[in-house]
Design a protein around this ligand. Structure first.
Ligand code: EPU
Length: 416
């Protein structure tokens, strides 16, 4: 298993090109199942999760051709309407094939995703919504069996805001008969990117970017070209890194309009940012100031940035309070940061962080994707050497993070 060795205390300086967004690319690739036409995608990030979803899609009969960050899909010869446990267990986003397969072929068999390090993460809302669209769904032997003659439009209000739930139902509704109204829909920029692609494929969707999506079903969708939006979580991760280490970096291929409250929090920390049309220059001198926040759905503070901001808070000039409201178990990085000398105490879903003068390198273990990224940040801010184990989590969702960071001055190497 690969590890990362990080020697802390280096200032970051230089340019980093941000990759395409993982959480936009995954549903967008699954949309390839909705049409027999060619889907030509660009800015697809080079990630392990993308490899996994392409493997899953290829075993349905979808043709995949890939040239670096360009992927072309063709769904004219799909033969297998199934997502097996072996693939789904490694990546929960595999559930995103359920809506498209059912809508286009009237049938799907998808393994139930199992537990997850950050929370129980059920898919009951995906199932509830598809049943409302007329699907007959049974669960047996760990699999979801879904069938329908033709999905029929319906008004669906999910019990909570769910990102992949909204995406699954949105894709299904594009090919349903009549009108579907998705209320309480997720508004994340990644959902909007998927909706924009679906419109380019011929779908009729109103209310894009709002919590009420109105879809008029069409008989079929056609091929399209689309560039995946850039990854706001990756960009924010690098901004947290420079906030923790000090320095001057330029993020390229990014946007500035979809960071929700994260940019305000970075300014509160003391990061000076200059926005370009597709770039952010970030400069940091001195010690970070502490920031308190509570994670919520978009446009609130994203749960996917919680751990990275906590890493900055560990060395801030005061105390902060972080409340996680989306996932019930997303503080696994706390114990690892405390091993580096941080002072964090948790109380239910709230973490109380007292900024310390310095962190000191130690062996730590990555537990999930964003926790891994937060440990890289903490390690870069620490004195001495940190070895981060189990970095396969990091490779699932960051495109060669250690290469991008060493190019701007970090002392970070992969140990095979
Ligand atoms: N939930 C249910 N039932 C459902 C669906 C969701 O109870 O049927 C609950 C979840 O357990 C959770 C909350 O609703 O407590 C929100 O979960 P959501 O469905 O929005 O999460 P997701 O769609 O499974 C996506 C991202 C996550 C990100 C969350 C929240 C993808 C592929 N994944 O997950 O990304 O944290 O939304 O923004 O889009 C990551 O990239 O590290 C990551 C975990």
């Amino acid at each position: 298993m690969d590890k990362l060795q990080v020697v802390g205390g280096k200032r970051l300086e230089g340019e980093i090109v941000i990759s395409g967004a993982k959480n936009a690319a995954l549903p967008i690739l699954c949309a390839g199942l909705l049409t027999s036409g060619d889907l030509e995608l660009s800015n697809v990030p080079r990630l392990h999760d993308v490899k996994t979803i392409l493997k899953l899609l290829a075993q349905t009969g979808l043709t995949v051709s890939q040239d670096d960050e360009r992927v072309t899909l063709n769904g004219s010869a799909i033969t297998t309407l199934e997502a097996p446990y072996e693939l789904v267990k490694t990546m929960r986003a595999s559930i995103l094939v359920l809506g498209p397969l059912l809508a286009r072929f009237g049938e799907a068999k998808v393994s139930l995703p199992g537990g997850c390090a950050i929370g129980s993460r059920p898919v009951d809302q995906h199932i509830k919504g598809l049943r409302a669209l007329g699907a007959e769904i049974t669960i047996e032997g760990g699999y979801i069996y879904a069938k329908c003659k033709k999905l029929k439009g319906a008004r669906i209000r999910t019990d909570m805001i769910t990102v992949t739930g909204t995406e699954n139902l949105l894709m299904a509704a594009t090919l349903a008969e009549g009108e579907t109204v998705l209320e309480n829909a997720a508004r994340e920029p990644e959902v909007t990117d998927l909706a924009n692609l679906l419109v380019a494929m011929g779908a009729k969707i109103e209310g894009i970017g709002t919590d009420r999506l109105v879809i008029q079903g069409v008989a079929e969708l056609h091929g399209a070209r689309h560039a995946v939006i850039s990854d706001r979580i990756e960009a924010a991760t690098f901004l947290c890194a420079v906030a923790a280490t000090g320095g001057d970096i330029l993020l390229k291929n990014t946007r500035t309009d979809y960071f929700d409250v994260a940019l305000d929090k970075l300014r509160e920390i003391g990061l000076v940012m200059t926005m370009g049309p597709a770039s952010i220059r970030a400069q940091m001198g001195g010690r970070p100031k502490p920031v308190s926040f509570r994670t919520t759905e978009y446009p609130g503070f994203p749960t996917d940035m919680q751990a990275q901001f906590m890493a900055v808070n560990t060395i801030a000039s005061g105390a902060s309070r972080i409340t996680e409201t989306i996932f019930e178990n997303r503080f696994m990085h706390v114990q690892e940061m405390n091993r580096l000398g941080a002072s964090i105490q948790t109380e239910g879903n709230t973490a109380h962080v007292k900024g310390v003068d310095r962190l000191v390198g130690a062996p730590v273990m990555a537990t999930d994707l964003r926790a891994s990224a937060s440990l890289v940040i903490a390690a870069m801010a620490a004195q001495g050497t940190t070895i981060i184990d189990r970095i396969y989590h990091l490779d699932r969702g960051y495109d060669r993070m250690e290469v991008k960071l060493s190019a701007v001055g970090a002392n970070i190497v992969r140990i095979k």
